[in-house]
Design a protein around this ligand. Structure first.
Ligand code: ATP
Length: 413
């Protein structure tokens, strides 16, 4: 049978994945449980909008009893934003799998409602349990539906002490990265000099290591030297780093909270605003939209600042509450506009001076005049390539360039 749940934690503690780890041990789950990230733009999330699902073997009623007991015991229901939802499905035929897959594809990319989830649950014969408003059934159903054509793995270690700073031998993280990157990814942000495998909240997660296979993330963990007691570990199969949330869209189709890839032409020169955020707009045949590369995205902004009106790009990102700005995760530069600059003529070994508006140039030494203005093509310093936010600012779902490049190399071989 399929078991899934979501929305059990709060910013003050717990983690839905920890509850999943406890239940997988208790129920003797054999296959890797799924940790599925959903739309990163939705306002209800605690942290990374993750939900979990697994397949359990045994008596339906017994399993249900155990899961509900654990969810009731561990969920932070006192927190006003915590609304747990639990889903049980005895078996899934191909029709039901398709319905759930479609639901997942919406939940990972758009805003869906609790009503949508209830209707879907009815269609596939899922038993749902809602605590408070039960919004967690959205994530839970989507997690069952996620079929992961591209998938990665995460090794998660949980700590005994559930609060305070995580203690680790930092050198071991660098050694781990050296031994396993790029088969593991997002371990360290070298530009910001930040270790990324350790979260910062008051929750049971000690660290999470992401990679291409269960074997590589397990190997990576063996390199880590924790300086505190580890309670348990688990490996999840996930949609981390797969771009599962992005859909090609026209500007006029975009709704609040959507994730999108827009094929657009740069309208105005990007500008750096107070605070370091960079803004510009793009247009397609249906309209115009603002794009933002926030300060947190690091040197990604340097690439953005090199864009010019007329450049064609794919803009990858998400919309928050207001559908007028796409928060950029990465861009692909598809075509560079040919731009020219005026060349100041030289006479008597010196740059000529302007002779007045529309009057050309004049030599300050010999007085010779030059009416014609010559133009020279500007050499662009941005390439027809993909540019991404620095690792520390990346969404869980964002596919790192290293994964894209690796796939291309594999296909070419
Ligand atoms: P953590 O990652 O620490 O487990 P979280 O960031 O996953 O926490 P939750 O506490 O699970 O956050 O809250 C997210 C809530 O949003 C859940 O109730 C989930 O069902 C719901 N949700 C997920 N995707 C969507 C969506 N596309 N539209 C509307 N609600 C969604």
């Amino acid at each position: 049978m399929f078991v899934a749940f979501d929305d059990t934690d709060s910013r003050r503690g717990m983690c839905t994945t920890y509850l999943c780890a406890l239940l997988c041990e208790k129920l003797g789950v054999k296959k890797y449980p799924k940790l599925i990230r959903l739309n990163p733009n939705i306002p209800f999330k605690t942290r990374g909008n993750g939900a979990v699902a697994f397949e359990a073997e045994g008596d339906y009623e017994e399993i249900k009893k155990t899961v509900l007991k654990y969810v009731k015991k561990y969920s932070k229901v006192k927190d006003e934003k915590t609304n747990p939802g639990v889903v049980f499905i005895e078996r899934l035929g191909s029709k039901e799998k398709k319905i759930l897959r479609e639901f997942y594809l919406r939940a990972v990319s758009e805003l869906v409602t609790i009503k949508d989830a209830e209707k879907t649950a009815k269609k596939v014969g899922a038993e749902i349990h809602k605590f408070k408003n039960g919004r967690g059934i959205i994530g839970a159903l989507a997690a069952v539906g996620a079929d992961l054509p591209d998938r990665t793995f995460e090794f998660v270690a949980y700590r005994k002490r559930k609060i305070g700073e995580r203690k680790i031998d930092s050198r071991s993280v660098y050694e781990m990265d050296e031994a396993t990157y790029p088969d593991t990814f997002n371990n360290i942000d070298y530009k910001l000099k930040r270790i990324l495998i350790l979260p910062h909240g008051p929750d049971p997660v000690y660290c999470g290591i992401r990679g291409e296979s269960p074997e590589i993330v397990e190997k990576a963990w063996k390199n880590i030297r924790p300086l505190e007691e580890i309670e348990r570990t688990i490996i999840f199969v996930t949609n981390h780093g797969t771009d599962a949330h992005l859909r090609k869209k026209k500007i006029k189709e975009i709704k609040p909270y959507d994730c999108a890839i827009i094929d657009g032409t740069v309208v105005d020169e990007p500008i750096r605003m107070h605070g370091g955020h960079v803004f510009f707009s793009i247009k397609d045949s249906s309209g115009t939209i603002g794009c933002a590369a926030y300060k947190q995205t690091g040197d990604f902004r340097e690439a953005i600042l090199k864009l010019m009106p007329g450049d064609r790009i794919h803009a990858f990102g998400g919309i928050s509450r207001y559908p007028d700005t796409l928060n950029l995760e990465k861009i692909k530069v598809l075509r560079l506009a040919t731009l020219y600059e005026k060349v100041v003529p030289v006479c008597c070994a010196k740059n000529m001076k302007s002779a007045g508006k529309n009057k050309g140039y004049k030599c300050i030494k010999c007085g010779r005049k030059e009416r014609k203005t010559r133009l020279r093509e500007i050499c662009r310093s941005i390439k027809l390539e993909l540019y991404e936010a620095t690792a520390g600012a990346r969404r869980h779902l964002s596919k790192p360039l290293i994964r894209i490049k690796k796939k291309r190399r594999k296909q070419a071989a």
